[in-house]
Design a protein around this ligand. Structure first.
Ligand code: 1VU
Length: 625
């Protein structure tokens, strides 16, 4: 048996021993004596008697070990033209002070803090400060609109919101205070205070419950890390489900720290002192796990990039950052590479920089198409490693484990299940499918440490959404197959969730916005293949009789409504007015069939269709010649 096979086998056959061994990489205030607690199965918890502090593990312990001068974080911000470096000691001090500021406002263990910020170091500081005092952060991506922020505020019920005066997009400045204000007008729950980081690009007016970050921090008494139970929540991160209501994915402290530390060495081959760059956003799980927690837990240097792959200022931006900071591995989404490739197909920019530090390029967030794989591999000459995981899983489920046993790359495949994950391909009846046959991707319970233990305040929804379809399995919502070598190929979602530029979005939420327009009788939103963003949402609406609005006006209003209610990140720009939507006899809209036609596939017409002529009439709309 090779190292991979042996490790994977042990992780499943002796999960208790495997994860207790891995737990030794973390400093505990009370070391765990047990790994898995399945006494409330299917709800499970890891390290039930362990106690630790995640911020201590990410910061203090490196300082105490004499490595306080090592760089913890590099903030590279082409949108402001600045680069800021924080050593471990400096970052710890900033975090301790801001934690003191939060405490002075009455924030304590178990309280929630919503963080709605751009890619600034203070976002990381706010997250780690929450972890330090046992508060639970809930970071909301800056590209979401007030209504989405309000939904998260109402679910998480934060005591405090932390925000900034603005975010800086290449073509506009996004002022956050009006967004937060509007969200709080829409929300039922009201936080006591809103802490605002003032940025010179656009300063916010403060007063009332809007406090200045700088004033709060300067006067604050630094606080030390508070021990919390391994099973206590570290954060809640909302992700799109099939309905409009986002799911609050809970992450615990102990399992999270153990799994992430383990993954840095085994999956990414990154160790203390290495420079690691995840080009994503702290608002996504990739940002939580691999911009903030994992690199700091192991004492590496993390790059926090406030810019885009192109336009800040050019298509050489990523290569500049790698060269300038001597990045050993970059982790980004395929959309970012496609954006660079579109502007600079011959990768001329790449030749301007010294990329000799770069060992590996990791890709996730959406399917890595073989064309983009070959482009990146051809120009960089380094291994380009696709891997697959989800907000819910918190860390990679399938990967090519560069630190454990590198394997040959097969373009289009995420390679093999990572130790800890018992991945199975199931048919509709729950029976396991043989190699080569596509089915639903399910994971046999227990999920390893670091995976979600539940949804925030809603065990029932957690079980109903993920654990009830196949007894003893977690349903990923993705479909795929394994080939004869055991390589996993993830093909796409089995539900109505779509992936736009690596952002997971609910078509149901967009349909709710369209349906609310007074002229719309019914509607559907489908995700259709797009060369740049992977998928783009496409709306189809049927008008009410006598709606009295021109089609162009309606289209504009609907596009504006989705941007206003969900946010620019939805990239909703295409909507067609149609006479009818194709349905089954029981009234289910045939979204999958429409998507197949729109993408040019020879889509079989379901025998249950109510009226085939509706579909025939739609064909030229879905796929114009
Ligand atoms: C493995 C587990 C997971 O899957 S976790 C999720 C992983 N996904 C990712 O990391 C996301 C990867 N994608 C990206 O980073 C971006 O899409 C990249 C590739 C950089 C392109 O960015 P951009 O050019 O802004 O396009 P986009 O489609 O992301 O944005 C659409 C519109 O939204 C806006 N937007 C974006 N971010 C913000 C923000 N933080 N605050 C405010 N607005 C934001 C963009 O400006 C854009 O707006 P507009 O429509 O052009 O006016």
């Amino acid at each position: 048996m090779g190292a991979y096979e042996e490790t994977h086998h042990r992780s499943l056959e002796d999960a208790e021993g495997f994860w207790l061994d891995a737990a030794a990489a973390i400093d505990w205030t009370r070391p765990p004596t047990r790994a898995l607690d399945d006494s409330r199965a299917p709800l499970m918890r890891w390290f039930p008697d362990g106690e630790l502090n995640t911020s201590y593990n990410a910061l203090d312990r490196h300082v105490e070990a004499g490595r306080g001068g090592r760089t913890a974080l590099i903030h590279d911000s082409p949108v402001t033209g600045t680069v800021r470096r924080f050593s471990y000691a400096e970052l710890r001090d900033e975090v301790a002070r801001f934690a003191g500021g939060l405490r002075s406002l009455g924030v304590s263990k178990g309280d929630r803090v919503v963080v709605y910020m751009p890619m600034v170091p203070e976002a990381v500081i706010a997250m780690l400060a929450c972890a330090r005092i046992g508060a639970v952060h809930s970071v909301v991506f800056g590209g979401f609109a007030p209504k989405e922020l309000a939904a998260r505020v109402d679910d998480a019920e934060p005591v405090v919101i932390v925000t900034a005066s603005c975010g800086i997009e290449p073509t506009r400045v996004v002022e956050y205070r009006p967004i937060v204000e509007e969200a709080l007008e829409l929300a039922t729950h009201q936080p006591d205070q809103v802490i605002v980081l003032q940025r010179d690009t656009a300063r916010a007016e403060l007063g009332g419950r809007y406090l200045d970050w700088a004033e709060l921090s300067v006067g604050a008494e630094p606080v030390g890390p508070v021990p919390v139970a391994a099973t206590d929540p570290l954060y809640v991160l909302y992700t799109s489900g099939t309905t409009g209501k986002p799911k609050g994915v809970v992450r615990d402290n102990g399992g999270h720290a153990v799994a992430l530390a383990w993954s840095m060495a085994a999956v990414y081959d990154i160790g203390p002192g290495d420079v690691w760059w995840t080009a994503s956003d702290v608002g996504w799980v990739v940002g939580h796990s691999y911009i903030v927690y994992a690199p700091l837990l192991i004492g590496a240097t993390t790059v926090l990039y406030e810019g885009k792959p192109v336009g800040t200022p050019d298509a050489g931006a990523f290569w500049r950052v790698i060269g300038e900071h001597r990045v050993k591995a970059l982790f980004t989404a395929p959309t970012a590479l496609r954006a660079i490739k579109r502007v600079d197909p011959e990768a001329a920019e790449l030749k301007k920089y010294d990329l000799s530090s770069l060992r590996t390029l990791f890709m996730a967030g959406e399917r890595l198409d073989p064309e983009t794989y070959h482009w990146a591999h051809g120009h960089l000459g380094t291994p380009v490693i696709d891997h697959w995981w989800q907000t819910e899983t918190g860390w990679p489920v399938a990967a090519n484990l560069r630190g454990l046993e590198p394997m040959p790359v097969k373009p289009g495949s995420a390679t093999v299940p990572v130790p800890g994950w018992d991945v199975r391909i199931l048919g509709q009846d729950g029976a396991e499918l043989p190699a080569g046959q596509e089915g639903v991707i399910a994971i046999r319970l227990p999920l390893p440490p670091g995976a979600l233990p539940t949804l925030w305040g809603d065990d029932e929804r957690f079980v109903a959404a993920y654990l009830s379809r196949y007894d003893g399995y977690y349903l990923t919502g993705d479909s795929g197959y394994r080939d004869a070598d055991g390589y996993l190929f993830v093909m796409g979602r089995t539900d109505d969730v779509i992936n736009v530029a690596g952002h997971r979005l609910s078509t149901g939420a967009m349909e709710a916005v369209l349906a609310a327009h007074p002229a719309v009788a019914e509607c559907a939103v489908i995700g259709v293949y797009d060369q740049l963003k992977g998928q783009l949402p496409r709306g189809l609406v049927v008008l009410k009789a006598g709606a009295g609005i021109g089609e162009d006006d309606l289209r504009q209003e609907l596009v504006a409504a989705v941007r206003r209610e969900i946010g620019p990140v939805a990239a909703f720009r295409s909507v067609s007015v149609v006479d009818a939507l194709p349905k089954t006899r029981s009234g289910k809209i045939l979204r999958k069939t429409m998507r197949g036609i729109a993408e040019g596939r020879d889509e079989p017409v379901p025998s249950t269709i109510e009226d085939p002529t509706v579909l025939d009439a739609l064909r030229p709309v879905l796929r114009p010649e």
